[in-house]
Write a protein that binds this ligand. Structure first.
Ligand SMILES: Nc1nc2c(ncn2[C@@H]2O[C@H](COP(=O)(O)OP(=O)(O)OP(=O)(O)O)[C@@H](O)[C@H]2O)c(=O)[nH]1
Ligand SMILES: [Mg+2]
Length: 436
């Protein structure tokens, strides 16, 4: 297999840049670029001069001999001074000396092929890298550490035991199952089904952790939708003016609350408009309304939001700083919240309300959540096969039951990559970043 090389840190100016190489030739290429034939002690940093394109840099270099490395192959890391030009020139030299530029995710793919990581663990690494919230980081990290893999392996082992028992008896067609034996097998299958079901039902929380909650800000022009987006996200993303019809395109911003990402979508004020551009904006607002997990129906004292939506919603009356809240409060439902985007009044309370309306039940960070739709699909498939085995248990032959259990075992194996095909694996690693 070729020796691959890539920049492991982002391209751009920085204190240091890390260049990573993996493969049989990595040590000899390192020796060539530092012009020294030394034996490196494993995992020890050396301060060395690195020579490339008539230039030189003082770098820290480290050698991880196989199999104790990220990829399971010989790995070299070179820490050069940061800066796109220098790092790129060193990579060019490493390529000239025999390395090949790595594809996206190729280091992790090699780690997977060499049995250093399961597929779900590799996906956990990517989730950790892409995490924007505390919960995303925690679920990514537990995936990377093998929490899901252990769960899957445990249930695969239980299925293997059942299969072994059934298969052994299939060899003796005259064997009569005792009632006790069949009820034990059935009980184990029901127990597995119940646990997979629980995992599937809690995956809605997992998906929320992974994707966040979509919050649409809807209302008439000028009620302060954009001001509220800015206040909630503590940003200045949306333009605010006193001119009705300021926002046309959908403006996105986000904030983290209790470890969850809330994605805000500020839209054009919905009203009858003759303006061609505004009309398109209003159409987009309606589209966002359909895609949202929760809708903030925003009003001020003059323009009430009367838009109807089947989605969960919160009535928000903005501009509380200039309206007599006590006087008009009675006109509104009890759960209406009065805020001032301008003065930052009740903004945290609104965040709590949005959280309560969208996150049901406690999120326990020690629990295993499925956060990846691929994993959810595999577990659902496995559950369906087990359900087939259970429902047919007393009405069909044991070899059919056995084949359903085998299918369930294989479906679970797809989560960890044990039984995945090459196309799926390539697709997964192509989503990784370069140098990982
Ligand atoms: N007094 C007061 N004025 C506010 C408040 N929030 C927004 N405004 C003012 O209301 C006007 C409209 O604010 P925007 O945030 O642009 O309103 P919008 O709903 O996004 O308006 P469109 O994009 O035109 O639909 C601006 O002049 C803001 O300064 C508030 O809490 N109090
Ligand atoms: Mg606006």
């Amino acid at each position: 297999m070729e020796t691959i090389v890539a920049l492991a840190t982002p391209a751009g100016n920085s204190g240091v840049a890390v260049i990573r190489m993996s493969g049989e030739k990595s040590k000899s290429i390192l020796q060539k670029i530092i012009h020294e034939d030394i034996e490196f002690e494993p995992r020890k940093m050396y301060l060395k001069r690195v020579y490339f394109s008539g230039l030189e840099d003082t770098c820290l270099v480290v050698f991880f001999p196989h199999p104790n490395s990220y990829t399971g192959e010989d790995v070299v890391e070179i820490q050069s001074h940061g800066g796109y030009f220098i790092a790129q020139k060193i990579i060019d030299e490493l390529i000239r000396l025999g390395a090949t530029l790595a594809d996206r995710g190729e280091f992790s793919k090699r780690a997977f092929i060499n049995g250093k990581l399961s597929l779900d663990q590799a996906e956990g690494i990517m989730d950790l890298i892409n995490a924007e919230s505390e919960m995303q980081a925690k679920t990514g990290s537990s995936l990377m550490q093998g929490k899901l893999k252990n769960f899957i392996t445990n249930y695969q082992n239980k299925l293997t035991e059942i299969l072994a028992e059934i298969e052994a008896k299939l060899d003796y067609p005259e064997y009569e199952y005792t009632e006790n034996e069949t009820s034990n097998v059935l009980k184990t299958l029901q127990d597995i089904e119940a646990n997979l079901n629980l995992l599937i039902s809690e995956s809605t929380t997992g998906i929320i952790i992974k994707n966040g909650i979509k919050v649409a800000l809807i209302g008439s022009p000028n009620v302060g939708k954009s001001s509220l987006l800015n206040a909630l996200s503590k940003s200045n993303k949306a333009i605010v003016t006193s001119i009705a019809g300021t926002t046309r395109d959908v403006i996105e911003a986000e904030y983290e609350y209790n470890g969850i990402i809330f994605r805000l979508y500020d839209t054009a004020g919905i009203h009858e408009s003759q303006d061609e551009v505004e009309k398109i904006g209003i159409e987009r607002a309606k589209q966002i309304l359909n895609e949202a997990d929760i809708v903030l129906k925003i009003s001020d004292d003059k323009n009430l939001c009367t838009i109807k939506t089947p989605k969960p919603y919160i009535n928000v009356i903005n501009k509380s700083d200039i309206i007599d809240v006590d006087k008009i409060k009675k006109q509104f439902q009890d759960d209406t919240i009065f805020v001032s985007a301008k003065n930052n009044e009740n903004i945290d309370k609104l965040k709590q309300l949005i959280f309560d309306k969208t996150i049901h039940g406690e999120i326990n960070t020690n629990k295993l959540y499925l956060t990846n739709t691929r994993h959810i699909e595999c577990v659902k498939q496995a559950k369906n096969y087990i359900n087939n085995a259970i429902t047919q248990f007393n009405s069909t032959s044991m070899d059919i039951i056995s084949s359903e259990i085998k299918s369930a075992w294989l479906a679970l194996g797809e989560v960890t990559g044990e039984t995945n095909n090459e196309t799926i694996i390539d697709k997964i690693f192509s989503k990784f970043c370069l140098g990982k």
